[in-house]
Design a protein around this ligand. Structure first.
Ligand SMILES: Cc1cc2nc3c(=O)[nH]c(=O)nc-3n(C[C@H](O)[C@H](O)[C@H](O)COP(=O)(O)O)c2cc1C
Length: 232
């Protein structure tokens, strides 16, 4: 059923998606005509207590320490990570105070976000199971520390993308402190770039994390703005 267009509305309106249910009399009923009880029956939900169920999210390895700092180079896996600002480019990572890397990053105010490929899932998990207080994670994993361009801590050469960061602010939140950091440089392995220098995400074979499960990313199904782009 078409919706009435109020006077003064823009001419182009989206046609309502043709989604209907059948009531007990086998009559078609649109969602706008349904009662709240009917809608709740159509979309049953189980409400859980607050939890960190945002997904999918990245699982990345932060490298930190080294250089002239008092700390040996270390790696910590974090999943509580995200982009925070476009200009200037900034990201956030949340780290528990108990982590060895918390001490390192608090003291040096810098780290590198190393984005692993799906083939590096096991090594990513391992770096999140062991502490740099007990093991040399670079030595044990045989991951390669490589000098970064803007920060003194090393990047992980084996990861396809390395984002160099400088901590701008730390916000205590509870279990974790939120590190808000400025992105100083992004390093990309050349095999991810096509002849024109465009980044081919497919080539990176990225790793995703959802509800404590590591997953591959799956195939491309669209690009930014494709829902409104006119077909050529
Ligand atoms: C997939 C995954 C995600 C993790 N995410 C975080 C995180 O976001 N923040 C955090 O403080 N610890 C996180 N951890 C736990 C740390 O990586 C782990 O405690 C690690 O051993 C700390 O190393 P460190 O003591 O050398 O710093 C995660 C672990 C795994 C396996």
């Amino acid at each position: 059923m078409a919706r009435k267009i109020p006077p003064g509305s823009p001419k182009r309106v989206f046609r309502q998606a043709p989604q209907h249910i059948w009531d007990s009399n086998q009559q078609q009923k649109s969602k706008s005509e349904m009662t709240l009880t009917e809608l709740k029956e159509l979309f049953p939900k189980q409400t859980w207590k607050p939890s960190t169920l945002l997904m999918p999210i990245p699982a990345v390895m932060l490298s930190c320490g080294g250089g002239k700092s008092d700390f040996a180079p270390n790696i910590i896996t974090v999943a509580w990570a995200g982009i925070a600002c476009s200009e200037p480019a900034m990201l956030t990572v949340s780290i528990r105070k108990e982590r060895h890397s918390y001490d390192i990053i608090s003291a040096t105010k810098e780290f590198v976000v190393n984005i692993p490929s799906a083939s590096q899932a096991k090594i990513t998990d391992w770096c999140g199971m062991k502490s740099g207080r007990d093991v040399d994670k670079f030595a044990e994993t045989r991951l390669t520390p490589l000098p970064a361009t803007q920060v003194k801590c090393p990047l992980i050469a084996d990861c396809p993308i390395n984002i160099e960061c400088k901590v701008a602010r730390v916000v205590p939140l509870g279990s974790h402190d939120l590190f808000i950091a400025k992105i100083l440089a992004v390093n990309i392995s050349p095999e991810l770039l096509d002849k024109r220098g465009k980044l081919n995400v497919e080539q990176a074979d990225l790793l995703a994390y959802a509800h404590s499960e590591y997953r591959t990313l799956g195939k491309k199904i669209g690009t930014f703005g494709f829902s409104v782009r006119k077909r050529k």
